[in-house]
Design a protein around this ligand. Structure first.
Ligand SMILES: Nc1nc2c(c(=O)[nH]1)N[C@H]1C(S)=C(S)[C@@H](COP(=O)(O)O)O[C@H]1N2
Ligand SMILES: [Mo]
Length: 261
C-alpha cells in the first residue's frame, strides 16, 4: 500500500514529519492526537489532502492542501465570543518593542494628508477613506498583549475603529471567507472573516492615546489580540474582502496562516 503511492526519491519519514506538524496543533484531545499522529501514513496524507503523492511537487501540493485544511479546522475551533485578556494601564510595556522584516529606520513614511485607504472586493461601497473620516467614527480602546513568534510579548494600548463597524459601514459581504490587507511596505496578509468580526479586532489609529507612530504602523494597523504578532498588519493601505485565498508575507514562507487561538 505505502509503496504504491510512494514515488521515486520521496522520503517517507520527512513527509510524515511535515504532515504531523501541520495537523498536530488543531487536535485538542491529546489521546486522539497521538492516535491520529501515530496512525498517520502516506496513504492517510494522500487521503486527507486528496492528492496522489507521486513526486515532490505533489507532496508539496498535498502538504499545502493539508495546511489549508488545518486553517479551516482552526477556524471552526475559533470561538468568536471568547475575549483575549485585557490588562491595567500600569502593565503597559515601555518602551513598546518594534518589529518588522527590516530595521526601525526603514519603517515607511506615509503622508497623512494625501493618504486614502483603498477598499475593494466584496463590498457595497468601494470609495476610499481619508484618515479624518475614520477618526470621526466611534472609537474603542484596548490594552492587550501582543505575542511575537520570535519569542517576545508586550502589553500595549491601541485605540481605533472596531473593525466589524468598519466592515458593516462599507457593506462588506460578511459571509465571504477572507479579509486581505496590503501595506505601505512589502508586507501583506489575510485573515478569516470570523476574526475580522471579533469584538476585539480594531482598526487601530492610535497608540497609548496618541496618533499611531510611524514605526508602529502609521497610519493604521489591524490589532487582533486573538492572533499572533505577524498576523497584525501595520501601515495598511488597502483592504479587500474576498473568497480567494491570498496568503501573507510570513504565511507564504511557512508560518501558519490562521495564526491565532
Ligand atoms: N506592514 C508590516 N506589518 C507588520 C510587520 C511588518 O514587517 N510590516 N511585522 C509583523 C510582526 S512579525 C510583528 S511582531 C508586529 C510588530 O509590531 P510592533 O512594531 O508594533 O511591535 O508587526 C507585524 N506587522
Ligand atoms: Mo512578529
Amino acid at each position: 500500500m505505502k509503496k504504491r503511492i510512494q514515488g521515486p526519491g520521496l522520503d517517507e519519514a520527512s513527509i510524515l514529519a511535515d504532515a504531523r506538524k501541520i495537523i498536530a496543533p488543531q487536535i485538542e484531545d491529546p489521546s486522539r492526537r497521538s492516535f491520529l499522529l501515530r496512525g498517520l501514513t502516506l496513504g492517510g496524507v494522500a487521503m486527507l489532502s486528496g492528492c496522489n503523492l507521486t513526486d515532490n511537487d505533489s507532496v508539496e501540493t498535498a502538504l499545502s492542501s493539508m495546511s489549508r485544511f488545518n486553517d479551516r479546522v482552526q477556524g471552526w475551533l475559533f470561538n468568536p465570543n471568547a475575549l483575549a485578556p485585557t490588562y491595567p494601564a500600569s502593565m503597559i510595556t515601555r518602551p513598546f518593542p518594534f518589529n518588522a522584516f527590516y530595521g526601525i529606520d526603514e519603517a515607511p513614511t506615509v503622508d497623512a494628508d494625501s493618504f486614502r485607504l483603498e477598499v475593494t472586493g466584496l463590498v457595497a461601497d468601494k470609495r476610499s477613506w481619508r484618515l479624518e473620516e475614520l477618526r470621526a467614527m466611534a472609537q474603542a480602546d484596548q490594552i492587550t498583549r501582543h505575542i511575537c513568534v520570535e519569542g517576545w510579548s508586550a502589553i500595549g494600548r491601541w485605540g481605533g475603529v472596531p473593525f466589524s463597524d468598519f466592515l458593516r459601514r462599507i457593506g462588506a459581504d460578511t459571509h465571504a471567507r477572507y479579509v486581505g490587507f496590503k501595506c505601505a511596505d512589502d508586507y501583506y496578509t489575510s485573515i478569516d472573516m470570523a476574526t475580522a468580526l471579533h469584538p476585539q479586532t480594531l482598526l487601530a489609529l492610535t497608540y497609548d492615546g496618541a496618533v499611531l507612530p510611524r514605526e508602529y504602523g502609521f497610519p493604521m494597523k489591524l490589532r487582533m489580540p486573538t492572533k499572533l504578532g505577524y498576523k497584525n498588519p501595520k501601515h495598511i493601505q488597502a483592504i479587500f474582502v474576498s473568497n480567494t485565498y491570498t496568503g501573507g508575507y510570513w504565511e507564504d514562507q511557512g508560518y501558519n496562516w490562521f495564526g491565532g487561538s
